[in-house]
Design a protein around this ligand. Sequence first.
Ligand code: AMP
Ligand code: MN
Ligand code: MN
Length: 332
Amino acid sequence: MDIKSTIETVKGFPKEIAEIARELNNAKKIIIFGHKNPDLDCIGSQVSLALAMRERGKEVIIYSNGPFHSYMADYEKLYTNKVENIDDIDLFVVVDTSSLNRIDVDFELPFEKVIVLDHHVTNENFGKVNYIDSDLISATEIIFMLLVYMDYSFEKNKTVVQILLDGILSDNGYYKHIRTDKYMSLIFTYLLISKGANPKETYDKMYVNNNIAEIKLLGKILDRIESLKDDQIIYTYQTDNDENESGVQVSSALLFQQMTSIKTGKIFLYFKVNTAENKVIVSMRCSPEYDIGSICNIFGGGGHKVAAGATISGDYETVKKKYPYVRYDEKV
Ligand code: AMP
Ligand code: MN
Ligand code: MN
């Protein structure tokens, strides 16, 4: 099956893709940014685009300040956070990142050279060229479309094909988040598997990646679950003390896998308390009839309608009192 004509038929290439392909073709030196605390969609987008552009003779910097989860160690090696001669860089590509402050970078990006590729509804369109497509479940789908548009030979590089599948399947929650208006990842997944990507390898990266300490801490955090409104609002927390004692963190993905299995639940919150820095990182999930992305936006964060987050200064008790579930309490 010809991938290009399939995508042309099922979705069509937006006009921005042509412009972005032209910019990439013309650039000699490219830097690719994602968001802090990169997830597999972010890594999949950054790494696949970088490796493909290197094959085309470009010099490409893959930038991140991390922190990387331990199961992403293989990818961490490809990254740097040291950039010299910023003036020599022709193109600054930002993927899977809704606003500049999510990048975690200590130099300014020259607006004229910035390209933004993202799927967050809350994206601030902070580039000269922006392709934001919130119909897509992952940013990696945009990179896939772009590489297809640029006639990239997927057969030649299995790493690129695999990391594209990893990125797409991670943000679609291994098919959990497919909706009647968001199903393109099913087709893209099929196309990537037909080019040699292995879905079992992705599954293992996503779900077979914990150690005993993480599962024990997960148990402790689940034990702290509290609820409001007839168990519709469900929340719990992790402290820096937990982290210091166990030496591990429980990712929001791992926690929400369990928490969202509570049948009555509609709004789910996970507070990661950082006493040392007097701040709380809030992760949220909700059922499709709510929109927590815009609520998190009010708190200086953002995300998607059903998966979002924010970082708020203050201690747990104060943040908990003013944070979303109190507001949602009125609506649920
Ligand atoms: P998480 O709960 O950390 O897995 O994040 C869920 C979603 O919300 C992801 O798509 C993040 O990109 C987004 N998100 C989390 N925290 C923030 C933030 N502080 N600002 C903007 N988006 C965020
Ligand atoms: Mn992401
Ligand atoms: Mn994403």
